[in-house]
Design a protein around this ligand. Structure first.
Ligand SMILES: [Zn+2]
Length: 169
């Protein structure tokens, strides 16, 4: 069983592999990294120069790879959702996407940490976790990205472990 990390755009290789390592450490699942030739113009709004989160996820739902349990796409362009002028990420049951556009920072360590947090939170959603009020928790949405942890609180970790133990393929 694998979590696939896919890239469509000019995402740095180092970031992709760092994200893969972070996912493996956080979720305990093997990770595969894959490049997909940028195929989905219909998910891009050229006027706003942003991807449309719902359509990206819809596209991802058409992809299938051996042993795939979750798929996480990384985009370097900005992204919006139906109810938000921009979003860092978006998730459904199997698919998740993170845009690095608004997370970037000259301090690469900080930039990568932000991406890890967003990735962990969105994959958390794919496992059924909800927003969490614990300030030590990556599922917290009221704290700024830099203020919150990249880890799950005790309660979310328990729910995550239950979801992971029920994974079947
Ligand atoms: Zn939590």
């Amino acid at each position: 069983m694998y979590i696939y990390v896919v890239s469509f755009e000019s995402i740095e290789k180092r970031l992709l592999f760092a994200v893969a390592k972070n996912i493996k450490e956080t979720f305990g699942l093997e990770v595969r990294v894959s490049w997909v030739a940028s195929p989905f113009k219909y998910a891009y709004d050229p006027q706003r120069k942003q991807y449309i989160a719902e359509k990206v996820v819809e596209y991802l739902s058409t992809l299938n790879y051996p042993g795939l349990v979750k798929i996480m796409a990384l985009l370097s362009s900005d992204m919006y959702a139906q109810d938000a002028p921009f979003v860092f990420g978006f998730a459904s049951k199997r698919e998740a996407v993170v845009s690095t556009f608004r997370l970037s920072n000259p301090d690469e360590r900080l930039f990568f940490e932000r991406v890890f947090k967003e990735v962990n939170q969105k994959i958390g959603h794919t496992f059924g976790l909800k927003d969490c009020s614990n300030e030590e928790c990556v599922m917290n949405v009221s704290l700024s990205i830099d203020a919150k942890s990249k880890h799950f609180c005790h309660q979310c970790k328990k729910e995550l472990e239950t979801a992971l133990s029920q994974l079947t393929f």
